[in-house]
Design a binder for this molecule. Sequence first.
Ligand code: NAD
Length: 259
Amino acid sequence: MKLGIAGKAAIVCAASKGLGKGCALALAQEGVAVTISARGEEALAATAEEIRSETGVTVRAVVCDVTTSLGRSEILAACPQPDILINNAGGPPAGDFRDFTMEDWQRAVNANMLSPIEMIKATVDGMLERGFGRIVNITSSSVRSPIDELCLSNGARCGLTGFVAGLSRKTIRRNVTINNLLPGPFDTDRLRGNIAHRAEAAGKEIAEMREISAANNPAGRFGTVEEFGATCAFMCSVHTGYMTGQQIMMDGGAFSGTM
Ligand code: NAD
């Protein structure tokens, strides 16, 4: 299948590693020019070079923190008129809600709700004027099914989901869709950190906890960033103009619901 997005321009936030990188690479493989961002210069430059040499597309790399207004304005200066926006940022820390302060909650809400909303606000009207836009928010399976130790994520991401549910119905008439992509366990640095936290809490070795977690998933494994990126690229394709406001769950079937 041809995705029909060659020549388009995409912003992929928080994309030097993990799921964001998977999305940036998959879009670039479809001929999309990508503007990627992350805080660490070295990893971002290496990822930009990898995408460039593998795909030949234009890759702009912006070293910044997407959770700040300065960071977001730097991304937008590098790519003022994106056709595609992939919202992503680091996830909040794991822990017991009794230990989290007001500042912890504000940080989580800022990173996983308000920053994506600000990026949408800055880009959606241009997409509406041009008659094409695809916005994908990387959220989490925790929106559908709470994860015990990730209460900050469970809460903050539902705020974004609620906002998108409303706006996405107002943009589709102009061929601008907004959907959420919900990762379950994908084999990234983030997952490795969460497993280490769980192993410590259970008094187990990290390797053992990793094996248990993978075996407990209906797929018997973790997802790959390539699978995630390919799904994201499809969600950004010309074929998804009739799909908006959806929660696309990629969790190996771990959420056991009929609908
Ligand atoms: P990761 O730690 O592997 O990669 C995160 C990327 O984001 C890195 O490139 C990092 O440099 C960048 N980044 C983090 N904070 C940033 C910021 N403030 N500004 C700019 N760049 C920033 O994480 P991941 O596994 O790819 O996860 C991506 C998102 O998906 C996170 O919000 C995470 O909580 C969520 N998620 C991941 C999983 C999983 O299993 N991997 C599951 C559910 C949800």
